[in-house]
Design a protein around this ligand. Structure first.
Ligand SMILES: NC(=O)c1ccc[n+]([C@@H]2O[C@H](COP(=O)([O-])OP(=O)(O)OC[C@H]3O[C@@H](n4cnc5c(N)ncnc54)[C@H](O)[C@@H]3O)[C@@H](O)[C@H]2O)c1
Length: 386
């Protein structure tokens, strides 16, 4: 079993290191900051203690996992790794310099991966002398708990590197999907309307946040409402992802960010982490109650759902991933109650298309243009899954 290297001992790096160590790998966890390494060590000890307490793992397993992770700031330690996953700050220039440093020490057959959420894998690979060994391996937060991992080959990535990367991550009992190297990959692209359309409905005064959250949970079956989820993710992070995806798609109006969320970010109303977001999380605070009007609720869910289905259909149309992988990504990466394409089949593709066309006619906005794939499927009475 090969040694795994991780660069960056922050939220993602320390989580990925835990997953690799729990699956028996020796791990070298690298960070330039001693404090980050110390924090990663302490937090792993805490997580392991909790798992032992709950009876999920034995004391021996806990000790073995912890002892498999070595930490430091010395690149030479990556020399005998089979795979190195980079999970440092989201900055292309810094990432490129890390990949160059890695290439100086790793063996010829070592796979180099980036956990980037928004940068192109091709641009990282392009800075390497062996770009064919570079691939995206995109975990979700928290890495030990979220089953999905998007595997993203760059145009330069060799087939064997892609296969190797997927085989290793599959062996860590993750659900892997292959995504094209395009902004947001699968999940961060397809999920945009969950937030954007919810905010739009709120901005138009159709319903307040509590009502939209209630509808999406109680009627839609989603685990969290969009506003609760944005508060959980952090309005700064969620806004930045939206803005990045929008810019990366050459300002396609479908992904346009909202002033509502921008103002939340500017005000420091970041969500749970600052005690205030769309909701107030301070002790004794009262938050608005939803207006549990079923008719309004159904309309809210339908509008957000058809926008999500439209994104999923367009991602399929543009070969971002297979229909199966798009549905898996949304159920395993962000806990959607159903895959969006299967949901479209269930609701009737013609109905989804009619809903989108109605919005398009009403608003005359590109945001509501239906994917041509929906139109084709509807015209031939086809389904996504026969
Ligand atoms: N946080 C998430 O929800 C999430 C989810 C999926 C992917 N990602 C991606 O994972 C990567 C890391 O995100 P994070 O949230 O773990 O960040 P983080 O800020 O928690 O951790 C980044 C770590 O990298 C270290 N670092 C910075 N520059 C370095 C360098 N040159 N060499 C070595 N270490 C360096 C920092 O000291 C820090 O410990 C980013 O590319 C991000 O886009 C994040």
């Amino acid at each position: 079993m090969k040694k795994i290297g991780i660069v960056g001992a922050g939220t993602m790096g320390s989580g990925i290191a835990q997953v690799a160590a729990q699956h028996g790998h020796e791990v070298y966890l690298f960070d330039t900051k001693e404090a980050a390494l110390e924090k990663a060590k302490a937090s792993l000890a805490k997580i392991m203690a909790r798992l032992v307490e709950k009876g999920k793992i034995s004391e021996e397993q806990s000790k073995a996992t912890q002892s498999r992770i070595k930490r430091g700031s010395d690149y030479v330690q990556f020399n005998n790794c089979g795979l190195v996953i980079e999970a440092i700050v989201e900055n292309l220039e810094v990432k490129k310099s890390v990949f160059n440093s890695l290439e100086n020490v790793v063996s010829n057959d070592c796979v180099l991966a980036s956990n980037t959420s928004s940068l192109s894998i091709a641009s990282i690979a392009g800075s390497c002398s062996h770009p064919e060994r570079v691939v995206g391996i995109h975990f979700f937060n928290p890495a030990p708990l979220m089953p999905l991992v998007e595997i993203v080959p760059a145009v330069q990535t060799s087939d064997s590197v892609l296969k190797n990367a997927q085989t290793i991550i599959d062996s860590w009992k993750k659900v892997t999907v292959i995504a094209k190297d395009t902004p947001g990959f699968i999940v961060n692209r397809v999920a945009r309307p969950f937030y954007g359309e919810a905010i739009r409905i709120y901005e138009e005064g159709i319903a307040d946040m509590a009502t939209i959250d209630w509808a999406m949970k109680e009627i839609g079956g989603f685990r969290m409402g969009p506003f609760e989820l944005m508060d959980y993710i952090g309005n700064d992070i969620n806004y930045t992802v939206t803005e990045t995806v929008w810019k990366a798609f050459y300002y396609d109006p479908r992904y346009k960010p909202s002033f509502t969320q921008k103002r939340m970010m500017e005000a420091g109303y970041l969500g749970r982490k600052t005690g205030r977001g769309y909701y107030n999380y301070s002790e004794g605070a009262t938050n608005p109650e939803p207006d549990k009007n079923e008719v309004v609720g159904e309309a809210i869910v339908w509008r957000i759902l058809i926008m999500l289905i439209n994104e999923a259909a367009d991602a399929l149309h543009l070969n971002i991933a297979s229909a199966k992988d798009i549905d898996l990504a949304m159920t395993k990466g962000v806990n959607y109650p159903k895959g969006l394409l299967a949901w479209a089949d269930e609701k009737g593709i013609q109905n989804v298309l009619d809903g989108l066309d109605k919005l398009y006619v009403a608003y005359h906005e590109e945001r509501y243009r239906a994917s041509v794939l929906l139109r084709q499927k509807a015209a031939y009475s086809k389904r996504f899954f026969e």
